[in-house]
Design a protein around this ligand. Structure first.
Ligand code: SF4
Ligand code: SF4
Length: 464
C-alpha cells in the first residue's frame, strides 16, 4: 500500500492585507523624526499663506498658466528651468540614497510624514499596541464603535486640511475660503478637494506602509544605488547572537548567550513588521524605530546601547570605510552640473517674450509712390510682476521704416500679453528686391534693461 499523500495546502495567489500594530515609541530617533515632521507639515500648511513683497510665495496659477515659486513667477515656456529642477531633485535624492540609504523614506517622504500624523491620532484615541490589538479583536460594542468613529472623524479632519492646503496652492487660500463660505465651488474644485482628502485618508491612514511595499516605485529600485558604505540600519549579530531569554540574574557570557534577549520589541516597534535581525530587507524604510526600541531594552538591562544601529556593510564586517566612492562622485558631479545649469539659466533669464507672425494673406504691398510694405503681428509678453514699457525697432541690411497704429512703444501689464500690428516700409530709394532677413528688437525703456530679438522675413518683388 502506498503511503497516504500529505493534505494539499491551499495557497492564495494574492497576499492578504494584514494590519500592523506598531508600538508608539518616545525618545531617541523618534523624537527627532517628530521634529522633522513638525517642520515639514508646518511648511506645507503655511506655504499658500506666505507672501513676499506683497506677492504669494507659492502659487501655481493654472488658469493663467503662471507658477510662482519663492516669489518669482515662471511660465510653462520656461520648461528648461523645470528640467533642471527635476534633475536636481532626482540626483540630489540619488546622492542622499548612496550616502544615507533610505533616509528619505523614513524621515521626509510625504507618505511617511502623514502616516506618522495619522498614527499619532490612532494611538491617542485607541491606545498603545496591546490596547489597539485588543480593541480590534474584540466585539463591535459601543466602546469600539465610539473609538473608531472618533478616530475616523479626526482622520477626516486631517484629510480635509491636507486637501484644502493642496488646492490653496493652486487657487489662493483667501479665494478658497470665500468660495467654501459662500458655497460657490465649481465642480472641478469640489473634485480636487475630495480627491487628495480621500487619497490621504486611504494611503496614510489605512494602508500606511503597504503603499511603500506595493505602490512606491522608488522603494523598488533604490537598493541598486546602495554600496557597501551606504548607511543602513543593522543588527550587531556578533554582539547579539546567540540570542535567548534569560533571567535578570543570568550571566550571559557564562550561559553562552549574546546581548539579544529575544524580547521581540524591535519587531513590535517596526511599522513594516519585519525582524531586522534577519538582515537588511527591502521593506525596511529606515525609520529607526527598532533602534529606539532596542536601546530602551538595553537601558533597562543596564547594557550598552546600539545593538541595532546605523551602520554600513563595511563597518559591520570590520572593513575600511570609504567616503569617496565612484557612485557618490558620479551622482555628485551630475548634481553639480544641474545646479550650475539651473543657476546659469536663472541668471540669464529674460522675463520678456516676443513672437512674430507675418501677415500670410498678402506677401507685400506696393504703394503708389513705389514703396514696399510688409505687415506683421508682434506678440509681446511681460513676464514680470511690474508693468513695463517697451520700445520696438526693426533692423535689416537696407533702410526701412517701422510704424504701428499706436506707435512703436507699448505698455504691457504684469503677466499680460499684447499684440502690436506693425508695418515695415522700404522706400523706393532702398531698391529692395526678393526675400530679406529682418530682425525685430524689443527692449525695456527703464531699468533693469534687457532686450529680446527675433528674426522674420521682408518680401519684395523680384528685380526684373
Ligand atoms: S526594521 Fe527598523 S528601521 Fe526598518 S522599518 Fe522596521 S523599525 Fe524601521
Ligand atoms: S529589541 Fe533588542 S534585545 Fe529585544 S529582540 Fe530586538 S534586538 Fe533583541
Amino acid at each position: 500500500m502506498s503511503p497516504a499523500a500529505p493534505a494539499a495546502e491551499r495557497v492564495t495567489l494574492y497576499e492578504r492585507w494584514r494590519k500592523i500594530y506598531p508600538l508608539w515609541l518616545e525618545g531617541g530617533f523618534q523624537r527627532w523624526r517628530r521634529v522633522v515632521l513638525l517642520v515639514l507639515v508646518g511648511v506645507y500648511y503655511a506655504g499658500p499663506w506666505l507672501r513676499f513683497d506683497g506677492r504669494p510665495l507659492f502659487w501655481f496659477n493654472l488658469a493663467e498658466r503662471q507658477f510662482t515659486v519663492f516669489g518669482a513667477t515662471f511660465w510653462p515656456q520656461e520648461f528648461v528651468l523645470l528640467s533642471w529642477m527635476l534633475m536636481m531633485a532626482a540626483f540630489g535624492l540619488f546622492l542622499v540614497t548612496v550616502l544615507a540609504g533610505r533616509v528619505w523614506c523614513g524621515w521626509a517622504c510625504p507618505q511617511t510624514v502623514w502616516t506618522l500624523v495619522y498614527f499619532w491620532i490612532e494611538q491617542k484615541v485607541e491606545g498603545q499596541r496591546t490596547q489597539r490589538l485588543r480593541l480590534d479583536r474584540g466585539p463591535w460594542n459601543r466602546r469600539r464603535v465610539v473609538k473608531k468613529l472618533v478616530k475616523w472623524g479626526l482622520w477626516g479632519l486631517v484629510a480635509f486640511t491636507i486637501s484644502f492646503t493642496f488646492v490653496a496652492y493652486f487657487l489662493r487660500p483667501e479665494v478658497l475660503v470665500q468660495k467654501l463660505a459662500t458655497g460657490t465651488l465649481a465642480p472641478w474644485e469640489q473634485f480636487w478637494l475630495a480627491l487628495p482628502a480621500a487619497a490621504s485618508f486611504l494611503f496614510s491612514g489605512v494602508l500606511r506602509e503597504q503603499v511603500c511595499f506595493h505602490m512606491c516605485p522608488y522603494a523598488r529600485f533604490q537598493s541598486v544605488m546602495f554600496d557597501r558604505d551606504t548607511l543602513i540600519i543593522s543588527y550587531d549579530e556578533e554582539r547579539g547572537e546567540p540570542r535567548g531569554h534569560r533571567s535578570r540574574r543570568t550571566d550571559a557570557a557564562s550561559a553562552g548567550l549574546g546581548a539579544c534577549i529575544d524580547c521581540n520589541r524591535c519587531v513590535q516597534a517596526c511599522p513594516t513588521d519585519i525582524d531586522i535581525r534577519d538582515g537588511l530587507q527591502y521593506q525596511c524604510i529606515a525609520c529607526a524605530a527598532c533602534i529606539d526600541a532596542c536601546n530602551d531594552v538595553m537601558h533597562e538591562l543596564g547594557a550598552e546601547p546600539n545593538l541595532i544601529r546605523y551602520s554600513s556593510q563595511h563597518r559591520d564586517q570590520g572593513e575600511r570605510i570609504y567616503w569617496l566612492r565612484p557612485r557618490l562622485a558620479g551622482y555628485g558631479a551630475v548634481l553639480l552640473c544641474a545646479l550650475l545649469g539651473f543657476g546659469w539659466t536663472l541668471e540669464n533669464r529674460v522675463p520678456l517674450e516676443l513672437d512674430i507672425i507675418r501677415d500670410r494673406g498678402r506677401l507685400y504691398r506696393e504703394i503708389w509712390d513705389g514703396s514696399i510694405e510688409n505687415t506683421y503681428s508682434l506678440r509681446i509678453t511681460n513676464r514680470e510682476q511690474e508693468p513695463r514699457r517697451y520700445a520696438i525697432r526693426a533692423e535689416a541690411d537696407f533702410p526701412l521704416e517701422l510704424a504701428a497704429h499706436d506707435g512703436t512703444q507699448i505698455l504691457v501689464a504684469p503677466g499680460e500679453q499684447k499684440v502690436l500690428n506693425a508695418r515695415l516700409t522700404a522706400a523706393p530709394s532702398a531698391d529692395v528686391h526678393g526675400n530679406h532677413a529682418v530682425r525685430f528688437v524689443v527692449e525695456t525703456l527703464d531699468a533693469p534693461h534687457y532686450a529680446v530679438d527675433e528674426e522674420s522675413r521682408f518680401l519684395a518683388p523680384r528685380g526684373g
